[in-house]
Design a protein. Structure first.
Length: 531
């Protein structure tokens, strides 16, 4: 089905709390909350006296639309958090079909599809949640389930007319502008205007890998002043401190700010750490002496996630320290471009993984390390990672193994390894066939596509301790990489990890290729010590 740019507050709840004030179809304008939207002729439109809710019903009742506006709740800081509140409070009896990131009128948000009953009929609800401080917005479309394919496009077209009023609303910034090349909007010789920011110098060339809007400020709500296409060459001047925003230039003329995920190499240096981490103790120097010459091992990236601060599950003790130490080791000793995320939400995890899908080339390598809670659905035989916004009574914010597998299957990267230090992580893998080593072992592996996973346990709970300040698995992983003096394939790394983990915790680690992810027989991940 088409994912609707829409949302449900629960039609019954909205209508019950409204004093109907019928309005004519056509453009509906809300100056208090700063937007307008166009409803087709013949639709019945109602608004409440406070202008906070408007509903529209198609003749015959097959489509019901609503927009709810309200001051942004203090505890809600993202569209995902807003969706979680509404899902828990309004959609307790509804099934979440799917959810994805989306954008409406230039503001990013979260689209969620629900299936449920409205009275005696089965309905599908497309819900769009977004924040435009100081307010929040929930838009919905409720469709008859039996006709959802027929009705979804019609609903989408209406919500696509949603527009911000320029400068309208309570404390709104000016509405985002459509991306336009500077040369088309200003006299020759004039430069685009953009706000100065505190930059960490990079001063390196790079290449755009996905369409990027250039903003006048490092803010997704800032107006677009240009657009860059995949393949465009740019010069990265610097990174805004503590963020993923970089300032780019063309032909020595500064353009503005873009998110680094649109760049081939994140500005020619290490990708930002989403969470600032204190300096880790230096790994003991090991002379690098066993790296074969003449082998193109490619470029290496790492996404490292450590979740400890859960809100609906017991907190963990070592996951953040594990993630910080591993990110530092991969960056400093193995030359990885590392991205570290502590206490990651579902959206942050999915966005980060999808960012690499756009970024990686066929000669690149990616390692994803996850430390946090996991869960096994025994009936579905499916494992999940639990982000910090996960709740026990709904899988809406859980990250399934299937989602991860689909993402890495679509990547162009040569080698992808997932290292999961969580309960029930063994559901990612299947048995792997290990070939005997030949003289050209590493050269062959460097040319063979690999999709592999190393997990701290099979289908059993795993320990959050056993390695001092680290989990038993993380300590063994760190020790094995720290002592490596050349090239280490995943199979040999696992051999070095397995016994220490078994001795220090009641769990059995596993290493195998990832099911249905494009692994080529005989392939393996390679760790190449750089310094």
């Amino acid at each position: 089905m088409t994912m609707l740019r829409a949302c449900l507050l629960g039609l019954a709840m909205v209508v019950a709390t409204m004093v109907s004030a019928p309005a004519s179809a056509g453009w509906y304008q809300n100056t208090q909350f700063g937007y307008r939207i166009h409803f087709p002729p013949g639709w019945m439109v109602n608004e409440d006296p406070a202008n906070s809710a408007v509903t529209a019903i198609k003749p015959g009742g097959s489509i019901q639309l609503a927009i709810q506006s309200f001051p942004q709740p203090a505890q809600v800081g993202s569209a995902a958090a807003l969706a979680q509140v509404f899902t828990a409070n309004i959609f307790g009896g509804f099934q979440v079909l799917e959810q994805e990131q989306d954008v409406l009128a230039g503001v990013p948000g979260l689209t969620v599809a629900y299936l449920g009953m409205d009275g005696g009929r089965q309905v599908v609800v497309g819900a769009f949640y977004m924040l435009r401080p100081p307010n929040g917005y929930v838009l919905y479309a409720m469709l008859e389930a039996a006709r959802v394919q027929e009705l979804a496009d019609e609903s989408d077209k209406i919500f696509e007319t949603f527009q911000w009023l320029n400068g309208g609303g309570t404390g709104f910034p000016a509405a985002p502008q459509t991306a336009t090349a500077p040369s088309a909007a200003m006299p020759e010789g004039d430069a685009p205007e953009f706000a100065a920011a505190d930059l960490e110098p990079i001063d390196a060339p790079d290449v755009i890998v996905s369409t990027a809007r250039v903003r006048e400020r490092p803010d997704v709500l800032a107006p677009s002043i240009d657009e860059l296409d995949s393949g465009d060459e740019v010069h990265v001047l610097g990174r805004v401190k503590g963020t993923q925003w970089v300032m780019v230039a063309e032909d020595e003329d500064p353009l503005g700010y873009i998110l680094d995920r649109h760049l081939r190499h994140a500005g020619g240096g290490a990708a930002p750490q989403t969470a600032a981490a204190p300096a880790q103790p230096a790994v003991a120097a090991v002379p690098v002496k066993n790296v074969p010459a003449g082998v193109d091992f490619g470029h290496y990236f790492a996404l490292v996630i450590g979740n400890t601060g859960y809100t609906s599950f017991p907190g963990l003790v070592t996951a953040d320290d594990d993630a910080k130490a591993i990110a530092a080791l991969l960056r400093d000793s193995y030359g990885y471009e590392t991205q570290l995320i502590l206490d990651a939400t579902r959206n942050q995890i999915i966005d980060a993984i999808e960012g690499y899908r756009e970024k990686l080339r066929s000669t690149d390598n990616l390692l994803i390390f996850y430390a946090g809670h996991g869960w096994l659905d025994t009936k579905a035989e499916r494992g999940y990672w639990l982000p910090i916004d996960a709740t026990p009574d709904s899988k809406a914010n859980w990250v399934s193994n299937a989602t991860i597998t689909d993402s890495i299957k679509a990547m162009d990267a040569r080698h992808v390894m997932i290292v999961a230090d969580s309960c029930y992580s063994g559901t990612l893998t299947r048995g792997i066939k290990i070939k005997s080593r030949a003289a050209d072992h590493f050269k062959r592996l460097a040319q063979t596509k690999a999709r592999v996973a190393m997990t701290s346990g099979g289908l059993e709970p795993v320990s959050d301790s056993g390695g001092g300040k680290h989990s038993a698995f993380a300590k063994a992983f760190i020790d094995a990489l720290a002592s490596n003096d050349g090239v280490l394939d995943g199979t040999e790394l696992f051999k070095r990890i397995e016994r220490p983990v078994k001795l220090n915790a009641d769990q059995t680690p596993a290493y195998a290729d990832i099911r249905k992810a494009g692994h080529e027989e005989g392939g393996d991940f390679l760790f190449v010590r750089r310094k």
